[in-house]
Design a protein around this ligand. Structure first.
Ligand code: SF4
Length: 836
């Protein structure tokens, strides 16, 4: 990345730096030069040892989505250590390697430091450093390189939906979403369709929620496609391998690869990728035919059980049938079905946190949830639990109605056949949308209106969405791209305006309630002041809305007939009173109650985009907590980062790694009396609402679910690693010490035949594209599949450690979406492997 610094700033002497070429310098140079400007910038972060005076600030980790509680040690304005905070029930006393490496997110020399405007071509990474005011001005009025939002909105006659908003997961996503709501677009995309969309909706429609597993009390666990010992090491992981297994609970691992989880389990079933649905249907077949299910629970709490039972039996989903599809032996399926039900309700078919892998993923989740219900293990100790959520006070946002704003840009089919969803891409359009479908519609000009600009917050679709070529094309075609981020990611390289966000250790985020058996409220407190010219997103939104609110209001007045009528009505003189004295002499006309300026000001209030950002995050949090729990809670959140009623009475440290948060009798194993949380309070086996949308109302196996591995090719599998959080931590040099780069797993015998040895560079290619990485021949994967970890191989030159480090799976994965929500099916791609 090249950053050009204006001549005026350079001469002002506010920065002394080495200039590379003409006026372009590297991001690293900008970091070095600025050490003198900020007292909290470390001179050297490696020599701090933790001796001397230190303050401690309770905060929450943001190195992955889990939000574990941490205590930051600060010495002379420098964060020198992150320790686990034992007081948070969700994370207990744990901070994983990524959590410990959070310091590097703060002190990464490559991080974004100043607002920037694009001066080169899109994707080239040539930017000019500007002030915040100049950045906001460019967003509103554009530059010679790109149009501003004022021009776009004027040309689109105030169609607010001509802007797309997208965000990655995070506590401040809520603040960004307030801006989206106030702005009034209908086009919102989040990471769900690239992540947990099908598991959340599959479980929600079937049992009323994406419940947590009470692993502490479970006696039997089936963990399928969830690689807890390797992919995400959180306190739940510790529970599985320390407490649960330690008590003698049985763990069955179902995975095409021999993972660390498989190594620690009692039984590993090397299932064919994408066939878990057939496995669950066969388990269900055994339970149905042998009548092993909890009859009383099923009778009282199931809808559509008889139809589902008939479907499973009539379709002959026998273990023998499943063996041919799944590669799991029939005898094992019989055994596991019987054992699971013998331990139920203290038996868990683990819901998992993985992305959508196969086209049948939604139906798989429905089948898993129903199977769980057959043993009665819903909303109960040792089974799946919904847990309680503590209430928080409300904080008003702003969602004005723009008459000209179009509905979400979907591709509706004019005359859908009976039972067809009515959309070209998927059956249901969720709140988070289908990222791939949206991008492809945009590229193929299948939008009902023009979308010309986008705001991206903490999101890296260039790395995280299959088919990066298409994503790059989309970003190039978009006329105005504004990116808010902490790092110069591949996506940021395509932005027109870059707004640098403060890292999680430099900001207070919206207070959050964490439900569960032991519910609590937690707060990410600011540990140190933001470095360089970065700001928390709430301050970014404040500055931006102060700049754009009034000019956009002028555009709304120009095109919005509702607003025009309202304004005209407001300045009309009141009607003359009836029964006026006929003999009275003519008087002066009655004056309007309001002047035009007063009416304008009054109606503008509804459209004042600055409103949600008048208060600081600290003030908003305080209000939300104090209004429900009083001053005590505010104090606890500042001091401990955590609060729950009676915490002072309940919380006890028993030993270093054992803590009591709630006494046993106060824990919320059940919040619904053991019932599902669906509207009907029943497990929904047969959903007519799905059938209406052209979706199978009950989970069934379809022929097209059989993936064909083409001759000489491999099915590509991808996943995550506990020391890396997708592309979010790819440039973290501390974590790179733990996993230097990703390697492709290839079956040892197959590799030998192809002359591929450990460490050889190979090219992985598909119809979508190619990538290169080193080979890891192993017996831990079958001959038809290959695997490598996601999150590597970024193309942004501004990322010193991540740049071209390893292979990028999304350069190769084809843009296949599952049919229900249009979520990305990550494991539906054939690849070729070639030694280079
Ligand atoms: S699991 Fe690790 S990275 Fe994720 S929030 Fe917890 S400490 Fe941070």
């Amino acid at each position: 990345m090249q950053v050009e610094v204006s001549r005026r700033r350079f001469l002002q002497g506010s920065i002394a730096m080495s200039v590379v070429g003409s006026s372009a310098v590297t991001a690293t140079n900008l970091f070095a030069s600025s050490e003198h400007e900020h007292s909290n910038v470390p001179k050297s972060i490696t020599t701090k040892t933790g001796t001397g005076e230190a303050t401690e600030v309770a905060t929450l980790c943001e190195m992955c989505v889990n939000k574990c509680a941490a205590i930051a040690r600060v010495e002379n304005g420098v964060v020198t250590k992150l320790n686990p905070n034992p007081m948070f029930p969700k994370s207990k006393n744990m901070l994983c390697p990524r959590g410990n490496a959070g310091i590097q997110a703060l002190y990464d020399p490559d991080r974004l430091k100043y607002p920037m405007i694009r001066i080169g071509e899109k994707g080239e990474g040539k930017f000019k450093r500007v002030s915040w005011e100049e950045a906001y001005e460019a967003i509103l009025n554009g530059t010679d390189k790109f149009p501003g939002m004022g021009k776009i909105l004027d040309e689109e006659e105030d169609n607010r939906s001509s802007f797309l908003f997208c965000a990655g997961e995070g506590m401040a996503e809520h603040t960004f979403k307030q801006f989206y709501g106030a702005f009034g677009s209908s086009n919102w995309l989040n990471h769900a369709s690239l992540c947990l969309q099908t598991v959340i909706t599959g479980y929600s429609l079937t049992i009323g929620g994406y419940a947590a597993a009470d692993l502490e009390n479970a006696e039997y666990i089936i963990m399928a496609g969830a690689n807890r010992a390797e992919a995400i090491v959180t306190p739940d992981t510790m529970d599985v391998f320390k407490r649960t297994k330690g008590r003698g609970a049985k763990l069955i691992c179902v995975d095409p690869r021999f993972t660390n989880t498989a190594a620690k389990s009692d039984k590993w079933l090397a299932i064919n990728p994408g066939t878990d649905l057939a496995f669950v249907l066969a388990l269900t077949y055994v339970v149905m035919t042998e009548e092993l299910y909890n009859k009383e629970y099923v009778e009282n709490n199931f809808n559509g059980f008889d139809e589902y039972k008939k479907s499973v039996i009539d379709n002959k989903y026998t273990p023998e049938w499943a063996e041919k599809i799944t590669n799991v032996k029939a005898k094992d399926i019989y055994k596991i079905a019987r054992e699971f039900m013998a331990h139920a309700p203290k038996a868990v078919y683990y819901p998992g946190r993985r992305s959508t892998f196969a086209n049948n993923d939604f139906q798989l989740r429905r089948a898993m949830a129903i199977f769980q219900g057959l043993g009665g293990g819903i909303d109960t100790k040792g089974g799946l639990v919904f847990g309680k959520k503590l209430k928080l006070g409300k904080h008003a946002g702003l969602e004005p109605l723009y008459e000209r704003a179009e509905a979400r840009a979907v591709d509706k089919i004019k005359h859908p056949a009976k039972g067809h969803a009515g959309y070209s891409d998927c059956a249901v359009v969720s709140g988070g949308g289908s990222w791939i479908a949206w991008r492809n519609r945009f590229l193929e000009d299948r939008m009902p209106y023009k979308v010309r600009g986008m705001f991206i917050y903490k999101h890296n679709p260039m790395m995280n969405m299959p088919n990066i070529k298409k994503t790059a094309e989309m970003l190039k075609k978009m006329e105005l791209v504004v990116a808010i981020d902490t790092m110069p990611s591949d996506t940021v390289m395509y932005a027109d305006v870059v707004l640098p966000e403060a890292t999680y250790l430099e900001r207070t985020d919206p207070v959050k309630t964490f439900g569960g058996i032991e519910p609590s409220i937690a707060q990410r407190n600011k540990v140190v002041e933001p470095m360089f010219e970065t700001k928390p997103v709430i301050a970014i939104m404040k500055g931006l809305t102060e700049k754009i609110s009034k000019p956009l209001w002028e555009i709304t007045k120009k095109y919005d007939e509702d607003v025009q009528d309202e304004l005209a009505e407001a300045i009309k003189p009141p009607k003359a009173p009836k029964n006026v004295d006929e003999n009275a002499t003519a008087s002066a006309p009655i004056a309007p109650v309001k002047t035009a300026a007063e009416a304008d000001a009054e109606i503008y209030e509804e459209f004042d985009l600055t409103k949600p950002f008048h208060h600081s995050q600290e003030e908003v949090n305080e209000h939300m907590v104090k209004s429900v729990y009083g001053e005590e809670a505010v104090k606890a959140l500042k001091e401990h980062g955590v609060f729950y009623p009676d915490m002072d009475k309940y919380y006890k440290s028993i030993s270093v790694n054992e803590h009591q948060y709630y006494p046993e009798k106060e824990k919320h194993y059940s919040v619904n009396g053991g019932l599902p949380k669906t509207k009907s309070k029943k497990v929904e086996c047969n959903l007519a609402s799905l059938a209406k949308k052209g979706v199978d109302p009950m989970p069934i196996w379809r022929e097209e679910y059989n993936f064909k591995v083409e001759d000489g090719k491999f099915r590509l599998l991808t996943g995550r690693h506990a020391q890396f959080t997708q592309s979010g931590t790819s440039n973290n040099s501390v974590l790179r010490d733990l996993i230097m780069e990703n390697y492709i797993w290839i079956n040892k015998r197959v590799a030998k035949k192809r002359g591929i040895e450990f460490g050889d560079m190979v090219e992985v290619s598909s119809r979508t594209g190619k990538t290169q990485l080193k080979a890891y021949p192993t017996e831990k994967v079958g001959p038809n599949a290959v695997f490598f970890v996601h999150g590597f191989g970024e193309e942004s030159e501004a990322l010193t450690w991540a740049y071209k480090n390893g292979g990028n799976d999304n350069a190769v994965i084809e843009d296949v979406t599952e049919p229900v929500y249009g979520a990305a099916s990550m494991h539906e791609t054939n690849v070729e492997i070639r030694k280079v």
